[in-house]
Design a protein. Structure first.
Length: 136
């Protein structure tokens, strides 16, 4: 049985570009992990090729089976969190414990005004001249 948690100071999940994200991670495992790392990442979700990037990491030395560690990571200036009809860009903190595939993810928002940018829907495709001539 394992437990992994990520907590951000004051429970915040919305941040400005360049702001520091601070908090603590906690894990409870049956055995000591070989490594424990917190990653600040962004990834895309939606249609098309998905992309991802690790922007910052904080490793925790000598992890114990049950442990709580503080973290402090700085967000970059860009890219901003956004959502559109076809694709979204999401920021997250991921606690990764090895060996195994144990991880916990906390999604956050990073944009001016601390609010995700909502992209407007594109223009409707023009109907072809043939369909207009047929009265459709």
């Amino acid at each position: 049985m394992s437990t992994l948690k990520i907590g951000v100071h004051e429970g915040r999940t919305h941040f400005l570009p360049g702001e520091e994200v601070a908090g603590a991670v906690l894990w409870e495992l049956d055995e000591p992990p070989k490594s424990a790392e917190l990653r600040m990442i962004w990834f895309t979700r939606g249609k098309g090729t998905e992309e991802a990037e690790v922007v910052a990491t904080q490793s925790f030395d000598h992890p114990q089976p049950g442990d709580t560690r503080k973290f402090n990571l700085k967000l970059p200036a860009a890219p901003y969190s956004f959502s559109g009809k076809l694709i979204s860009l999401i920021w997250a903190l991921e606690l990764v414990i090895k060996p195994g595939k144990r991880f916990e993810r906390l999604e956050i928002t990073m944009a001016p005004g601390e609010h995700e940018i909502i992209l407007p829907a594109g223009p409707e495709p023009e109907r072809s001249k043939v369909s207009l001539m047929r009265g459709k």
